[in-house]
Write a protein that binds this ligand. Structure first.
Ligand SMILES: [Zn+2]
Length: 267
């Protein structure tokens, strides 16, 4: 009968091992969407920078066209005023036209200054567009590598999960239903760990003292059935005790890993 309890404990320990690995793999898998979102955000920011620099470049082009047009229109007016000058009869009218010509020439000069300024700026805008496009290409190239790495991580994690779930199904098949329910309840309560090794007369999980007579019982008493497991009185985890191996002798076999027993089960 002792062997029966040891076998159940060993199966529970195997199950716990699988569940802990499942938790690790699922945690790994859960980090991937955030990594993908960070890559997407970097690409989006680089694209926005390109659009921004192109918008500035476009606005500069429009300004230049406008100032070029202004120059042409003021020049046209000057020509018109000069034509009219030849036809005026009075000195007053002549002076008035001269004044218009001067005003128009001042406007030409102003528009030419603005045009020149925007032509100088244009070089800077062109540089910014080229730099932002180069940056976007680098970010996109890097993102491709990062995304395929994440895809590989995801595929590996999903493969691990499938293998672990198959392993879990095999372990679960060996465990009586009521014990499995109990195990699952403790797992939910304690974030994945339902079994605790008794070490130095304490529960290996919560650290509460396990009374010596309980340990003696665990070591001595043999279970009659699968309900005869010991539990920590504080955290309710299923306790197991591993007999220390004799000095110099290496620990061996699953029977030595889990030795516990009988009669105190509350579940
Ligand atoms: Zn405990």
């Amino acid at each position: 009968m002792r062997a029966a309890v040891q076998k159940i404990l060993q199966t529970l320990l195997d199950l716990q091992g699988v569940d802990i690995r499942l938790l690790e793999v699922r945690a790994r898998l859960a980090t991937l969407p955030k990594k993908t979102a960070e890559i997407d955000a970097r690409v989006a920011a680089a694209k926005a920078a390109v659009e921004q620099s192109k918008a500035s470049q476009l606005s500069n082009t429009k300004d230049r066209k406008k100032f070029e047009l202004d120059v042409e229109q003021w020049k046209e007016r000057v020509r018109k005023y000069r034509d009219q000058t030849s036809q005026v009869k009075t000195n007053e009218a002549y002076k008035a036209l001269q004044h218009e010509v001067e005003m128009a020439e001042a406007e030409i000069s102003k528009s030419e200054d603005r045009l020149l300024e925007q032509m100088v700026n244009a070089e800077e805008y062109d540089k910014r567009v080229k730099a932002s496009e180069k940056d976007l290409k680098e970010v996109e190239d890097a993102a491709r590598g990062q995304r395929s790495k994440i895809d590989a991580e995801k595929a590996a994690a999903e493969k691990d999960i499938a293998a672990l779930e198959a392993e879990r199904a095999r372990a679960v098949a060996e465990i009586p239903e009521n014990l499995l329910d109990h195990y699952d309840r403790i797992v939910r309560k304690h974030g994945g760990v339902a079994l605790a090794e008794v070490r130095n007369e304490k529960c290996g999980a919560c650290g509460m003292i396990v009374r010596p007579h309980v340990i003696q019982e665990m070591r001595r008493v043999q279970g009659e059935n699968d309900q005869d497991l010991f539990h920590c009185e504080t955290c309710t985890r299923i306790l197991y005790y591993i007999e220390p191996s004799p000095a110099g002798a290496p620990a061996s076999g699953p029977a030595q890993q889990a030795s516990a027993a009988a009669a105190h089960g509350e579940c």
